[in-house]
Design a protein around this ligand. Structure first.
Ligand code: KMT
Ligand code: NI
Length: 172
């Protein structure tokens, strides 16, 4: 894992966009983002059972796997959104970037590679992209029925109870 402020410069979303200003795990914890490096599936199983996660699936995001819809998918993952559930991703292979908003509404870019696991809290604004290799394989963990519907950023969401809870807890 490596994290830094996004440079906000034009250019393909899959480029590093590294501003050179680093961010560490405690900065991430301040906005409720947790990071783990887990080399063995046992560790993931333990974390899943501690947090009440019963289900999981695996997704491969690549042109080989997705074919014609790959470019559209990558663009759609990059729309700023939130979820009403935690988002847990365990990277099995390849690499990619999660961008999250900090307290000052700046983008922090988190580069994830094999064996990295990230937990994004419910209500945080974020987006995802593959990197220049165009390949990532990730395990998605969920509790019961996944509430993964992405809710795109809008002022209307200021009244969403999950967003309000997040703001109260982490941004105020
Ligand atoms: C997401 O939430 O944007 C995704 O699940 C993307 C693929 S998983 C790395
Ligand atoms: Ni998401």
């Amino acid at each position: 894992m490596k994290a830094y402020y996004y440079d906000n410069l034009p250019g393909d979303q899959r480029l590093p966009h590294d501003s050179g200003k680093a961010v560490d795990a405690s900065d991430l914890a301040q906005v409720g983002v947790l990071y783990y490096h887990i080399g063995e599936l046992d560790g993931v199983n333990q974390l899943a059972s501690e947090r009440g996660y019963k289900n999981r699936d695996e997704i491969t995001v690549s042109p080989e796997k997705m074919g014609d819809i790959y470019e559209a998918k990558v663009k759609s993952f990059f729309h700023e959104h939130l979820h009403e559930d935690e988002e847990i991703r365990y990277i099995r292979d390849g690499a990619g970037y999660f961008d999250v908003r900090n307290k000052g509404d700046e983008w922090i870019r988190i580069q994830l590679e094999k064996d990295d696991l990230i937990i994004l809290p419910a209500g945080i604004y974020h987006r995802f992209t593959t990197d220049e290799t165009n390949y990532i394989q990730a395990m998605r963990l969920f509790k019961e029925e996944p509430k993964w519907t992405p809710l795109n950023r809008s002022e209307d969401l200021d009244a969403n109870p999950y967003r309000k809870e997040y703001v109260t807890h982490f941004l105020e």
